[in-house]
Design a protein around this ligand. Structure first.
Ligand SMILES: Cc1cc2nc3c(=O)[nH]c(=O)nc-3n(C[C@H](O)[C@H](O)[C@H](O)COP(=O)(O)OP(=O)(O)OC[C@H]3O[C@@H](n4cnc5c(N)ncnc54)[C@H](O)[C@@H]3O)c2cc1C
Length: 404
């Protein structure tokens, strides 16, 4: 088996792994990122780059270049519940460079980070390389085993960081305890072409028993049709006609194109989980992003929380990694820094899941009405709070590492 030695090995090239890999390499730390897929071109990644992430891009000196990538700017987040149109986040008052969410396909975001990371001499990105197991040295994690196009590879590292998402292999190998916080829904994910006369911004619509979120990807809509958890088989059994009718009932302007969904292979089931590790680390290993706390799609905050974790981890780890002085206390600092913002974000997601999504999916009769909580958010001063929370979460991170 080939054996490689590095300082930091990151498993998973999603938002958490790519941002951490880039920031550590930029600070001069030797780092290898392992990504199991051959590219970042996967349809089911979310597209929401929030003001917090755009501010990080500014602090890294990359914002102008980043904004040259085609994107649309979402100045407010809206939700239609029955006949009620609600704004659940205004961004125009935020004290930042970009007062909007950049709707950008996530592969463009990850490619951008990868391109910049590759300019750092200490960075290595290995695609089609799947971390399969941890290497232990007594009780300490000393590296990972990976399946690569060149066969099995052993990567020994001073620190392994699990950024391998909500079905993390590394957190299972490390035997971490997980608190499952529950999600009442799963998502059926498909695309429908977009016409010139269609609305320009992302849309979220709730009707009795159904919910649809549509992301504008220029020439097509990326659609997320929410179903009650575990009911995908029932939906499939009821047939494609019924499925298309359900989508058309929520978004009538799509009706003329719904025949594009001409087989279930065009509809991908994404299971939603919300959970959190009790402890994000053990000697030689740290988990961040969804590997430490799987996020629901609610509010489109998961990518940005993963980026915030990465920035905090880079701020805390870069110097000790360069000097070879990472201890269990250094890893604990990362969890201490990020656990509170994560708890708040997950709490808000769970309230939205329980107060808006679960009742909407359970209701098969009357047209749904907006809950009081969301109506109160429309009041002029109150409405700034959800906008701020969506844009930054709590305790936003800033770049404190220097370019080597
Ligand atoms: C249906 C759904 C829709 C969502 N929509 C949005 C949205 O619009 N906006 C938003 O902000 N959040 C959204 N989220 C949440 C968001 O996807 C996550 O919170 C975010 O992607 C977490 O980033 P991450 O880098 O931690 O993990 P991930 O994005 O999951 O990245 C993990 C990476 O690791 C790779 N990987 C996995 N296992 C291995 C392995 N063993 N070895 C090597 N590589 C591996 C994967 O291929 C992947 O590239 C959504 C979630 C769901 C379930």
């Amino acid at each position: 088996m080939t054996s490689i030695k590095t300082t930091c090995c990151i498993a998973g090239g999603g938002p958490a792994g790519m941002m951490l890999g880039f920031m550590l390499a930029r600070a001069g730390v030797p780092v290898i990122v392992l990504e199991k897929h051959e590219n970042f071109l996967r349809d089911f990644r979310g597209d929401t780059v929030h003001p917090s992430t755009l501010e990080i891009m500014h602090e890294l000196g990359l914002l102008d270049e980043f904004l040259k990538i085609p994107h649309s700017a979402l100045h407010q987040m809206s939700l239609q519940i029955g006949s009620d149109e609600l704004v659940i986040g205004h961004f125009e008052h935020l004290p930042v460079h970009c007062k909007f969410i950049a709707m950008m396909p996530q592969w463009d975001f990850l490619d951008f980070l990868a391109d910049h990371a590759r300019r750092c001499p200490s960075f290595g990105l290995r695609m089609r390389s799947e971390a399969s197991d941890l290497i232990f040295d007594n009780d300490r994690v000393a590296g990972v085993r990976a399946t690569t196009p060149d066969g099995e590879v052993e990567i020994r590292a001073d620190l392994v960081v699990g950024c391998d998402g909500r079905h993390s292999t590394l957190r299972q190998c490390a035997d971490f305890s997980v608190d499952n916080l529950g999600a009442p829904m799963d998502v059926m994910w498909f695309r429908i072409s977009r016409n010139d006369g269609d609305p320009g911004e992302a849309l979220g619509c709730v009707e009795s028993g159904r919910m649809l979120v549509m992301l504008n990807r220029n020439d097509y809509w990326q659609c997320a049709f929410l179903i009650a958890k575990g009911t995908a088989d029932e939906v499939i059994k009821a047939g494609l006609d019924k499925f298309r009718d359900s989508v058309g009932d929520i978004s009538p302007f799509l009706r003329d194109r719904l025949r594009e969904i001409d087989g279930w292979e065009k509809v991908k089931l994404l299971t939603v989980e919300v959970d959190r590790l009790r402890r994000w680390y053990r000697p030689g290993l740290l988990c961040i992003g969804d590997a430490a706390h799987a996020m629901s799609p609610v509010g489109g905050v998961g990518i940005n929380l993963a980026v915030q974790d990465a920035v905090a981890a880079a701020n805390i780890l870069a110097e000790p990694l360069r000097c070879g002085t990472v201890t269990i206390d250094t890893l604990k600092q990362v969890q201490d820094r990020r656990e509170f913002p994560t708890r708040v974000a997950q709490r808000v997601q769970i309230v939205m899941q329980n107060k808006v999504i679960a009742p909407a999916l359970a209701n098969k009769g009357e047209r749904p009405k907006a809950p009081l909580l969301l109506k109160m958010m429309q009041l002029p001063l109150v409405r700034r709070i959800p906008g701020r929370l969506l844009a930054f979460g709590v305790r936003p991170e800033h770049v404190h590492t220097m370019a080597a």
